[in-house]
Design a protein around this ligand. Sequence first.
Ligand SMILES: CCC(=O)NCCS(=O)(=O)O
Length: 351
Amino acid sequence: MPEQSGKVQTVLGLIEPGQLGRTMTHEHLTMTFECSHVPPAPGDEGLAAAPIEMKHLHWLQQNPYSHSENLLLNQEIEAVKEELLCYRKAGGGSIVENTTTGITRNLPVLRKLAKETGVHIIAGAGYYVDVTHSDETRKMTVEKVCLTDIIVSEVLHGADGTDIRCGVIGEIGTSWPITESEKKVLRATAHAQTQLGCPVIIHPGRNKAAPGEAIRILQEAGGNISKTVMSHLDRTLFDQQELLEFAKMGSYLEYDLFGTEMLNYPFNLDVDMPSDSQRVQALAFLIREGYEDRILIAHDIHTKHRLTKYGGHGFSHILKNIVPKMLSRGITQNQVEKILIENPKQWLTFK
Ligand SMILES: CCC(=O)NCCS(=O)(=O)O
């Protein structure tokens, strides 16, 4: 039985699950997102190259992926540190940092931030979506000097040449359709989870069939779906019946784009990105349907413009604004605490 059993693994070591407190289960504190750059619309090239300023904020909110510098969250360590101190003051305890191989994971920075702010930070093992897979990753098999061994080692011994250990596997990136390389990573994730009894978190492709397909692949490879989070449901599953069908598969259901308001979602123009009010409505619906033990929430900050330094909502938006909204829409204090404390605790504790 690994020493992690019954504990949560942060970048500073193992802690008791009860120490986590309020937890955002899907954030990024340092990463790059150049893999998702979207060329600006004709005529917007000047805005896309301009420094980030208040007068451009609305354009940035609508076109966050067309501004190259906006995709370099790794340049904002000091601002993120300030944000984390505010997050603690607002009642936050822990953050799951979902940056995996392919989007510039930086474990020493995470360790420094955890030390300097007192926020528990849980780092992610594994790989982001196919376009970021190296040739070496693509050639690797699931077993034998392989993806599974690497992921297991990132959890048991440390990642990226450091002794800093990851406490979850993911966010494991998948596209739509899921590529062969991504399927291998999913199978390796399931095999690693079987060995470790650890939490897993998945980034689904931008299609309503994507969450179910990823879970099926994990399930067939022996993964523990009850210890797996499906991220980004707010931009993926809209129809209530389809959401309930997916919920029956047994994973955690994560609404993690709180704070994002965008008219034209550039990665799938058929998607109407919901507002925060609609996200809260989705949570209330899932609670009415009996899924309050399965819900997790976060902001998934992954660009600069969402930091308060640039006029964004920051890491405390849920605690300061969304929680009161949840309460005003009939979600009880008990249910809020379940979503922010108990569910993350159950998910993050190694079996
Ligand atoms: C790395 C951050 C990330 O993948 N966030 C999800 C963005 S989106 O797929 O919901 O647009």
